[in-house]
Design a protein around this ligand. Structure first.
Ligand SMILES: C[S@@+](CC[C@H](N)C(=O)[O-])C[C@H]1O[C@@H](n2cnc3c(N)ncnc32)[C@H](O)[C@@H]1O
Ligand code: SF4
Length: 469
């Protein structure tokens, strides 16, 4: 399959202007591909009964990953795209935790055996809104129902503004191995605009406490594309964060989806960088991190050369799941808490998002499933192609089609969709293999979108996704 000449003239070799034009041409809204098919295609046909059947069918030697969603924060960041709500009393958190423990029992009961767990991820929201006693209760209940492997990877997303030394010590005694600190941007003007004032000292103390408690792997979340951010400001934040010597850095492009997250309208819209500025901020930060010795991983991660993520990126061991990039190879993920998504061999299941409705279902003794999707053979083929592109930035279509017993002709339209990207040097095709070029890396989601059959069937509602860079 070769490309017909495109009506668009190929863009010249990169310079600042070229990057802006590439962003304008290929930066249209696309999914983040933390799963394929993506969550908007989940449907109510997958219910508690289906989930129970899928859990019961897990093989006896199935190794699991667990995800626990903590849907609360002390204060709302106005850019936030996460499933969370502000609470300023402990009552709702206690009720949530009691319910979570009931849910854990229901899920373990449906599985019917105490399966081994290799990895646990506490996400949110803000997991450190739980008290140290809450954390002890949660970890105790999980260990009752699941068999944590020695040395299991236990990770938590933490807000340095509210993290305490006591919390870190409780986490360490409960086996925390990895912590992810939300930093975003250190410029006071940006922090004010996003309703997240966080002096650098908070992040510095958090990193020091974690290291003192023996938690060796520290990730820092940064963002670009926020109001008032500039290339110079983003680089200043990167330089300060480098002083913390994080093992990993995630550099997220702000996903502006006010139709889904109305509070994002509180951001000063006129101060939001345009597509070209977003592109330049990302490229500048990436270059600075690479110059500091970090290995660029996938779309938006950077890992120190000693970090397992850098090693996984080099040997094909990198994976992508709902938490983003991971080195966790388990192919069954059990989600607990409102809105949590699980992945079982048969497909995806997502819990009810509203905490109140989730709790009502759990307290009525039902698995709180809202929707999901049973994977077809074609979904699995496309999921493998998209995951390989997102993680390895290349895919051998002949090999993947062979593995899935699929005729390569099935992908003819997808390859046609790649033509404009190929013409602009973002992707190359040779002998059945597709490789994202260094110039194409910021557009890898757009390249994946060429293989997204649902997107091109027009089933997605308009304005569902955020900008492609
Ligand atoms: C659950 S939060 C991290 C823990 C804690 N709640 C905090 O903010 O410090 C997960 C991360 O998602 C990223 N994030 C949140 N909203 C986003 C958005 N709209 N677009 C891109 N990234 C976003 C931020 O980098 C944030 O640190
Ligand atoms: S970014 Fe983190 S702290 Fe801020 S509102 Fe979202 S989940 Fe809460």
């Amino acid at each position: 399959m070769t490309c017909a000449p495109t009506s668009l003239a190929p863009l010249p070799v990169r310079d600042g202007e070229d990057g802006r034009r590439l962003a304008a041409r290929h930066g249209a809204a696309v999914p983040r591909y933390t799963s394929y098919p993506t969550a908007p295609h989940f449907h109510a046909g997958i219910d508690a009964k289906v989930d129970a059947d899928w859990l019961a069918a897990l093989p006896d030697d199935q190794r699991l990953s667990l995800y626990v969603h903590v849907p609360f924060c002390e204060k709302l960041c106005w850019y936030c795209g996460c499933q969370t709500r502000v609470v300023n009393r402990h009552g709702p958190i206690e009720h949530y935790l009691d319910t979570l423990l009931v849910e854990t029992g229901l899920v373990a009961g449906a599985i019917g055996r105490r399966l081994p767990v290799d990895a646990l991820h506490l996400g949110g929201g803000t997991p450190n809104i739980l008290t140290p006693d809450d954390l002890d209760r949660l970890m105790g209940a999980l260990a009752t129902h699941f068999a944590f492997a020695p040395g299991a990877d236990i990770a938590a997303e933490l807000d340095p503004r509210t993290l305490t030394r006591d919390w870190v010590e409780a986490a360490a005694r409960n086996g925390l191995t990895r912590a992810s600190l939300g930093v975003q941007d250190l410029d006071p003007l940006v922090q004010k605009a996003i309703n997240r004032v966080q002096p650098f000292e908070r992040s510095r103390d958090a990193a020091a406490w974690l290291r003192a408690a023996g938690i060796r792997s520290i990730n820092v979340d940064l963002m670009y594309g926020l109001p008032h951010q500039t290339v110079a400001g983003v680089l200043e934040t990167v330089d300060q964060v480098l002083d913390l010597r994080p093992d990993r850095i995630a550099l997220f492009g702000y996903a502006h989806v006010p139709w889904m997250k109305p509070h994002q309208q509180l951001l000063p819209q006129a101060a939001l960088p345009d597509l070209g500025e977003r592109f330049e901020q990302q490229e500048a930060a990436a270059a600075r991190l690479s110059a500091a010795g970090y290995i660029r991983v996938g779309l938006d991660h950077f890992a120190a050369p000693h970090d397992p993520m850098a090693l996984a990126a080099g040997d094909g061991g990198l994976r992508r799941n709902f938490q983003g990039y991971t080195t966790d190879g388990a192919d069954a993920l059990v989600g607990l808490g409102p809105s949590a998504i699980g992945k079982l061999p048969q497909g995806y299941v997502q819990s009810i998002a509203a905490t109140r409705d989730w709790a009502l279902a759990v307290r009525a003794g039902t698995l709180p499933v809202a929707r999901g999707l049973a994977l077809t053979a074609e979904d699995r083929l496309r999921a493998d192609i998209i995951e390989a592109l997102m993680c390895d930035l290349s895919v051998d279509l002949t090999e993947v089609c062979g593995r899935h017993d699929a005729h390569p002709g099935l992908l003819q339209e997808d390859l046609l969709r790649l033509c404009p990207l190929e013409a602009d040097g973002l992707v190359v095709r040779r002998d059945g293999r597709i490789a994202v070029t260094p110039r194409g890396r910021p557009f890898v989601r757009t390249i994946c979108a060429a293989f997204d059959a649902y997107l091109h069937r027009g089933e997605a509602a308009p304005r569902r996704h955020s900008a492609g860079v």
